[in-house]
Design a protein around this ligand. Structure first.
Ligand code: FES
Length: 106
């Protein structure tokens, strides 16, 4: 595991996000869903543990959850837990932002 730079500056990262969208980031063989909620970035595994839909096609709720577009299961962005314990947790990844860019630890 190591820090991987995803964007070259916080300004470039900010331009990629509205309040509800997410981005799929591929680092090596890992597919990661990067989301911004409440001015903070979160990175979780991109494939839904239920039936493997891409969570980067999902939306973010006002409660800091990502909603899978296939069956609408909701996952907490901080913990990765599904809000009704209907399936396994998402893997979560640390994110850091400084003046040199946005980094994901994976
Ligand atoms: S595939 Fe995500 S909730 Fe079913």
């Amino acid at each position: 595991m190591k820090w991987v730079k995803v964007f070259d500056s916080p300004q470039i990262a900010d331009l990629q996000f509205s309040d509800t969208n997410t981005l799929k980031i591929v680092i090596g063989k890992k597919e990661i869903c990067l989301a911004k909620y409440n001015k903070q970035y979160f990175a979780v595994s991109n494939l839904c543990p239920h039936q493997f839909e891409s969570l980067s096609k999902g939306k973010i709720t006002h409660y800091g959850e990502i909603v899978c577009p296939l069956h609408f299961y909701r996952f907490n962005l901080r913990t990765g837990a599904e809000c009704q314990n209907r399936t396994n947790e998402l893997k979560t990844f640390q994110v850091k932002v400084d003046q040199t860019g946005l980094f994901i630890y994976c």
